[in-house]
Design a protein around this ligand. Structure first.
Ligand code: NAP
Length: 285
């Protein structure tokens, strides 16, 4: 067969491009033993990346690693608590030793909360800030040199609560909004060195059946609400943010509308959120 006859058809060509979009890239996705992180790890692996998954629960992490490998994907699993500096440093050192490079860091590990601000146990305040903010800053801190070397990409997974504060999720909102400040500063520092910094503001997403958030007293609460997106859709948006080196993604029409309303009609937005009386975020014991 001549080389010309081996050329893929246009539709085959786009499949090949999609399958190799992240070829030779090494991607660390924090908090990827379940939920959005696991969906992102699967999608990145499908697109050719060598994926490094992470979480604290080693059993669940091993199950997710097995899922990826059973589908023929290249994957390694690094158990680490992203709020612990030593574990974050060791995680990045291990990735460089094993794979020789790091091209993509998705700071996905996070935890949400529900409860009136006046009822919050101080330990909940600390834990939510630690996981969502410190737990994104530390992996980035230790990965920064490798990302500069690869002219890579770091993406933070935020929320619509990182665009606008809602009743019942005050500290989660504060932590996610802080990620935007971190991302802006990192863009100023690292983009001259060729590093892309992006933020994805995910909306209500389908949850794993056993997902819980923190109640005001620190006990786990199950969340009940209608999801607007699937985990796969969020993963696709994270992929687009990396591949197109986008600064911000608000995902859905509702997300974009919220940003528009906040900017141009702040009083109307305040009134609509007050009118909702905390119905936007619900939780059950
Ligand atoms: N689901 C939504 O509706 C929604 C909406 C907007 C934004 N988001 C954001 O999207 C991200 C993922 O959410 P999700 O719903 O997929 O959450 P999830 O199902 O609860 O999964 C969280 C993942 O993070 C890991 N994790 C938690 N704390 C960690 C720590 N200290 N160190 C390392 N790993 C840790 C968990 O594993 P271990 O527990 O084993 O550590 C798990 O793999 C979060 O940042 C969340 O705020 C979610």
């Amino acid at each position: 067969m001549s080389p010309v006859s081996k050329q893929p058809s246009p539709s085959e060509g786009s499949r090949v491009t999609a399958a190799t979009q992240l070829a030779a890239k090494v991607a660390l996705i924090t908090g990827s033993s379940r939920g959005i992180g696991r969906a992102t790890a699967l999608l990145f692996a499908e697109r050719g990346a060598t994926v490094v998954i992470n979480g604290r629960d080693e059993t669940r992490l091993a199950q997710t690693a097995e899922l990826l490998r059973s589908r023929g994907f290249k994957c390694s699993a690094v158990p680490a608590d992203v709020t612990d500096p030593d574990q974050c440093r060791a995680m990045v050192t291990r990735i460089i030793a094993q794979h020789g490079r790091l091209d993509i860091l998705v700071n996905n590990a996070g935890i949400s909360m529900r409860g009136a601000f006046g009822d919050l146990d101080p330990a909940v305040i600390e834990s939510v800030i630690r996981t969502n903010l410190i737990g994104a800053a530390l992996p980035t801190r230790f990965a920064a040199a490798a990302l500069v070397q690869s002219r890579g990409s770091v993406v933070f997974i935020s929320s619509l609560a990182g665009v606008r504060g809602f009743a019942g999720v005050s500290i989660y909102s504060a932590a996610k909004m802080a990620l935007s400040g971190l991302a802006e500063s990192l863009h100023a520092e690292l983009s001259p060195a060729g590093v892309h910094v992006g933020v994805v503001f995910a909306t209500f997403t389908e949850n794993d059946p056993d997902k819980t958030v923190m109640g005001a007293d620190g006990r786990p609460l199950r969340v009940s609400r209608k999801a607007s997106t699937t985990q796969r859709q969020v993963a696709e948006e994270i992929l687009r943010t990396v591949v197109r080196r986008r600064r911000r993604s608000y995902m859905t029409a509702a997300g974009k509308l919220l940003v528009f309303m906040q900017r141009h009609f702040p009083r109307l937005t305040d009134a609509a959120i007050l009118h909702s009386r905390g119905r936007i975020h619900k939780a059950n014991r």
